[in-house]
Each structure stands twice: as structure tokens, then as C-alpha cells.
Design a binder for this molecule. Structure first.
Ligand code: KG4
Ligand code: ZN
Length: 330
């Protein structure tokens, strides 16, 4: 018997994930098979190894998610699978697996934009987002600000010209010998240090665009020339990132008044960013919408919830893996 449940599948980068989600965003199961142990050796994601690892674990991960949610494949309403953006080999594994399962189970398969998944992560379990909203998406692959009026009306305000903020965290973690992935380790070390080093804040004073590669290089040059406590370097780097992100959010909320500020993507797991955004929203009287901590980084529950939007609104982009996709696309 058909149940009102969607299976989400995510394999755009280095996590293989499957989840079962109902139309209200309740998560019946969410399984994430991490590849950290494979990539930590290289200090970053090694694309060929990522796609091979996805191919090995994707089916068992889906089986686990279905079993935990107590639903059989043919009884699903639909399958939502990340079609991009991301690593092409990794995306192909998820898309082809979903296409095969959909055929076998006679269930529709919808290709989902990973960025729209992150966007919807703020409504998992509980509806939080009130429109219009300003969205700050901060992940390993992307950093941008957008204004959201509805799912079909998204205006990109500005994105990064070079590195994403997550990439800067990962590169600084490598410079500090903290391993991969770097975000949580940098945050933790930063809490024990003093933000005493005046690292640059590129593009701080105007606009909605970002640039993080100069900041990352400044940290590298500083470490080459000085013997300092690494905790102070981490604290100073995090402080520069926070000032940049929060200044741009304030500017966006002032220029484009909104009911909510939505902060999503892996870096939304940062306690410093969560606290800074909460203070900013308090001061402006805006609602802060954050995803549950465990679904800030890549997961399939957010893909499942986004798939409900696609189903409800009749969006059906081509079911093909696509390395580049903008937030304004489906
Ligand atoms: O959204 P995500 O899981 O994958 C992409 O779509 O890119 O984001 C991963 C990024 C990595 O760069 C990682 O270092 C960063 O999110 N990240 C964090 C934290 N947890 C993950 N950055 C700062 N603080 C964290 N606690
Ligand atoms: Zn992501």
C-alpha cells in the first residue's frame, strides 16, 4: 500500500546518505555513511575514491534507511536524489541507483538540486522559515547570500568570487595540522585562543559578494613568519570569517527587509556562527532559522524534504548528474 513517504538519496561529495521523510519534514530515518576515513589521508576529498566508495555502500545505506522507517521500496510516494551540483562521478552513482530502483519499484524519481536541499534543511522536523527570507548558504562548495520570496522566486544577492568559507576552514585546518574535515577542529581550537591577529577581511565594506582566498593565504603567510600559539591563529581566523559573514547578513537584511534569516550548509554547524547569527537577529528583530545541528552538513533528509516541494509544485528537471547548478535552478 502506498505510503506518504519520500526516500531521499544524497551522494554529491563524500557522504553516502539515505533518508525517509514525510510531507511535513518529519524524518523517519536518516543514514549517513561517512568517507572521512578514506579522504583524511589526503587532506581533502579524492574524487575517484569518493565515487568508488559511494558505489560500494549506496545500496546497503538505502536498505538501512527503508528498514528503519519500516517502508518497502514499492510503497514509496517518490525517490528524490541529488542531481547536482557536486563531484560528477559521485553524483552519477546516486542518480543511476535511484533511476534503477525507481524502475524496479515503479516509483517516480526526481532529480534534486543539492543547494535547494540545504535551503530546506531549515524546515526539517519543524517549520521555521517565514517568507520573505534572507538566506546565507555556507558549505564546502558554496558561499552566497540570496533573497527568498517563494520557492520559485529566489534572487541571488552575491556569492564568493573564489573559495567558499568551508574550503577556507578546511585549508586553514590543514595549515594548522588539524586534519580533514577541518571545520569542527578549527572551531574547537579557536575557542581556546584569543583573536589577537588582525587578519584581512576581504570585501567587508561593501556589497554582498565574498572572497576567502586572500584570508586563507594571509593565515599561511603569518604561520610561515611567526611562531605563535595555533589557538590564537584559529581564533583570529574564525573571528575574521564571522565578521565577514555577519556584516554581509546585516547589510542584506537592511537592504532587503525580511522576516527570517536562514543560515544553512556545513558551516552552519559552527557554534560561533550560530551564536553570532542569533545576536544579529535579536538586534534586528528577525527570526533566525537554522537546521537541526546534525542536518547542517550533508544528509539525505534535506533532499527528501526538497523532493516534496518538487512533487507538490510539479518541478521535474532532467534526471541527469550535473556538476554545476545555481540555487535559482531546479
Ligand atoms: O554542506 P557540507 O556538508 O558539504 C558541502 O555541500 O560542501 O559542508 C561541508 C563544509 C566543510 O568545509 C566543513 O569543514 C564545514 O562544512 N564544516 C564546518 C563545521 N562543520 C562542517 N565549518 C565550521 N564549523 C563547523 N562546525
Ligand atoms: Zn552540501
Amino acid at each position: 500500500m502506498s505510503k506518504d513517504l519520500i526516500l531521499g538519496i544524497e551522494s554529491s561529495c563524500d557522504d553516502t546518505a539515505a533518508a525517509v521523510v514525510d510531507r511535513d519534514g518529519n524524518v523517519l530515518s536518516s543514514i549517513i555513511a561517512s568517507q572521512t576515513h578514506i579522504h583524511s589521508h589526503w587532506g581533502g576529498v579524492y574524487p575517484e575514491f569518493a565515487s568508488r566508495a559511494h558505489a560500494l555502500v549506496v545500496v546497503p545505506t538505502i536498505e538501512k534507511a527503508l528498514a528503519e522507517a519500516d517502508v518497502a521500496g514499492p510503497d514509496l510516494k517518490a525517490i528524490g536524489v541529488t542531481r547536482g551540483p557536486g563531484l560528477i562521478g559521485s553524483l552519477i552513482v546516486g542518480v543511476n541507483t535511484a533511476a534503477g530502483l525507481g524502475l524496479g519499484w515503479n516509483v517516480p524519481v526526481i532529480g534534486i538540486n543539492h543547494l535547494r536541499g540545504h535551503l530546506r534543511s531549515a524546515d526539517l522536523v519543524e517549520r521555521r522559515v517565514e517568507l520573505p527570507a534572507i538566506v546565507l548558504l555556507v558549505s564546502g562548495g558554496h558561499t552566497f547570500l540570496a533573497r527568498l520570496e517563494s520557492l520559485t522566486s529566489i534572487q541571488l544577492l552575491g556569492s564568493t568570487r573564489d573559495d567558499s568559507v568551508g574550503e577556507a576552514y578546511d585549508k586553514v585546518a590543514r595549515l594548522l595540522g588539524l586534519g580533514y574535515p577541518g571545520g569542527p577542529a578549527v572551531d574547537k581550537l579557536a575557542k581556546t585562543g584569543t583573536a589577537s591577529i588582525p587578519f584581512p577581511r576581504p570585501m567587508l565594506t561593501e556589497g554582498f559578494e565574498f572572497s576567502f582566498s586572500g584570508l586563507k593565504s594571509a593565515v599561511g603567510r603569518y604561520l610561515d613568519k611567526n611562531t605563535v600559539a595555533h589557538a590564537d591563529v584559529a581564533a583570529s581566523f574564525v573571528s575574521a570569517c564571522m565578521e565577514i559573514l555577519l556584516t554581509k547578513c546585516r547589510r542584506a537584511l537592511t537592504a532587503h527587509p525580511a522576516k527570517s534569516l536562514v543560515v544553512v550548509g556545513g558551516v552552519a554547524a559552527s557554534p560561533q556562527l550560530r551564536e553570532g547569527a542569533a545576536e544579529l537577529c535579536d538586534s534586528l528583530g528577525v527570526k533566525l532559522c537554522l537546521p537541526p545541528l546534525k542536518w547542517s552538513t550533508d544528509n539525505a533528509a534535506m533532499i527528501g524534504l526538497a523532493a516534496w516541494d518538487y512533487l507538490n509544485e510539479g518541478f521535474s528537471p532532467p534526471l541527469s548528474a550535473t556538476a554545476s547548478l545555481a540555487i535559482t535552478e531546479f
